[in-house]
Design a protein around this ligand. Structure first.
Ligand code: FMN
Length: 234
């Protein structure tokens, strides 16, 4: 096989996977993703990029049916109420909740960041000093990311990148997924604190994502704007 044929093959596989992926409403409850494949999906999150490399997200994989049910009442985007099914909550092989770090850990010069740069990034002290200054300027001056809400939302943006990578990798493995914002954040925060021991001062729910194998083919064909409508070249 020539290099050019290999590249064409790979491009086709990628585009096929992106066409295969759709926001799956109901999964086949009897089909489970293997540990091996799910670990690959998690690895895609772990290796995802993040602003300044701070990885401001935590991932909860909720496999206990009882724990999943705690979200049902207020998760209209995952409870299947609209189509009379058990929804993604009731049928997904793996159900993930992304938590976003709050200002407690993601405001410039936080204790957490010092530890993170030392232990995870293994940066020398002078580089850490430089990073602190650069990050403070970035938050206060460049991007105006100040205050609890803005910092938590900024963390959430990073979480979405990791989530996107997980869904793309899943699609390449023939695994379905659905990103989920259809829930009440305040109630989810409460459940997470009461039943999962998540301190809302440190973490807030950002987004959820379900993985599994589709129960049936999607009800609608994919619709998108054209590339010309989406992109302007200069
Ligand atoms: C951030 C985000 C949140 C979403 N929330 C939900 C949700 O709560 N429930 C749901 O069924 N679909 C949800 N979707 C799926 C979108 O409706 C879907 O991606 C879009 O309509 C395009 O369809 P496709 O993904 O099947 O191509 C969400 C998508 C994104 C990116």
């Amino acid at each position: 096989m020539t290099e050019a044929t290999k590249t064409n093959d790979l491009q086709k596989q990628i585009i096929d996977a992106f066409n295969f992926r759709h926001a799956t409403k109901v999964f086949n409850p009897d089909r489970k993703i293997s540990d091996d494949e799910f670990n690959t999906i998690l690895e895609a999150a772990r290796l995802s990029p993040s602003s300044f490399g701070f990885e401001p997200w935590q991932i909860l994989v909720v496999q206990s049916p009882e724990k999943r049910e705690l979200f049902r009442d207020f998760s209209w985007g995952a409870n299947g109420a609209f189509n009379g099914t058990a929804g993604q909550l009731g049928t997904a092989s793996h159900f993930v909740i992304f938590l976003a770090h709050t200002d407690a850990t993601m405001k410039h010069n936080s204790e957490y960041q010092q530890q993170f740069m030392k232990e995870v990034k293994q940066l020398p002290d002078d580089v850490i000093g430089f990073m602190n200054q650069a990050f403070q300027k970035f938050q206060e001056h460049d991007f105006h990311i100040e205050g609890e809400r803005q910092i938590t939302d900024w963390s959430g943006k990073q979480a979405y990148i990791a989530m996107g990578n997980m869904m793309s990798v899943a699609a390449m493995l023939g695994i379905d997924s659905c990103p989920i914002e259809g829930f009440e954040v305040d109630k989810a925060t409460e459940v997470l604190e009461t039943h999962f021991g998540v301190d809302p001062k440190l973490y807030r729910p950002a987004v959820m994502v379900a993985f599994g194998y589709r129960a049936g083919e999607p009800a609608y064909d994919k619709t998108r704007r054209t590339t010309e409508q989406m992109v302007k070249w200069f």
